[in-house]
Design a protein around this ligand. Structure first.
Ligand SMILES: C[S@@+](CC[C@H](N)C(=O)[O-])C[C@H]1O[C@@H](n2cnc3c(N)ncnc32)[C@H](O)[C@@H]1O
Length: 202
């Protein structure tokens, strides 16, 4: 399947997932969202905003631009804009082809997104391109387990999750971040070794 077809397929899956995403979303504790989003400052780009679960956690002083390629998810996020203390703009856009100029944002944030972006390294390269050189890239991502048995199980079950939700459970996101040329400062295991908070600079 070509990049465009795969992107359309995953976008359609997320339009479907939008109907029940907030029910599933309880798996990501609020404390992790808060810990992640509190890192953001200045002009912020949130990639893959989904239904807007991070919006209440932005600190005053942030000006947040949120993108997602799923109209279904963006429609849900619109209902959460009133929960935030900061100015928020929602835009429909593909993370693999951002329409922002180079060096636009002080912080680029994504939570549980690069498991789904069809070409994650291309999406991460875009995150790097639009982040200012002194800016921060903050990612909360679930990744493939290093444990051989669990890793095998994740590989085996991945097609089911990809079909049902649009998300891969076996992405090697820390490696993908490095492949995109992003400089990692810290990787913190925040829920076992499978959920990682990645702090980086462009
Ligand atoms: C698992 S959800 C996470 C949503 C939200 N960040 C959260 O933490 O609840 C993944 C989100 O990434 C979006 N997404 C996946 N691939 C994308 C792409 N190529 N461009 C823009 N958004 C994308 C999906 O539409 C979905 O809203």
């Amino acid at each position: 399947m070509g990049e465009r077809d795969l992107t359309e397929t995953i976008r359609e899956r997320y339009n479907r997932t939008a109907m029940y995403y907030d029910w599933m979303d309880r798996m990501i504790p609020e404390r992790l969202r808060k810990k992640t989003i509190e890192q953001a400052s200045g002009d912020v780009l949130e990639i893959g905003v989904g239904t807007g679960s991070n919006l209440p956690f932005y600190r005053e002083g942030c000006r947040v631009t949120c993108i997602d390629f799923s109209q279904g998810m963006l429609a849900k996020a619109k209902n959460r804009v009133h929960l935030t203390k900061v100015p928020v703009t929602l835009l429909e856009m593909d993370a693999q082809h951002l329409s922002f100029a180079d060096n636009t944002f002080d912080t680029v944030v994504a939570t549980c997104v690069f498991c789904s972006v069809p070409d994650p390294v291309q999406g991460l390269r875009e995150a790097r391109r639009v982040c200012k050189p002194e800016g921060k890239i903050v990612l909360l991502e679930h990744v493939r387990s290093d444990n051989p048995v669990l890793g095998w199980l994740m590989d085996t079950l991945n097609p089911v999750f990809l079909f049902l939700i649009g998300s891969n459970i076996n992405r090697r996101t820390v490696e993908n971040v490095k492949k995109a040329g992003i400089s990692i400062e810290k990787v913190e295991n925040v829920a076992g070794k499978i959920v990682k908070l990645i702090l980086a600079t462009a």
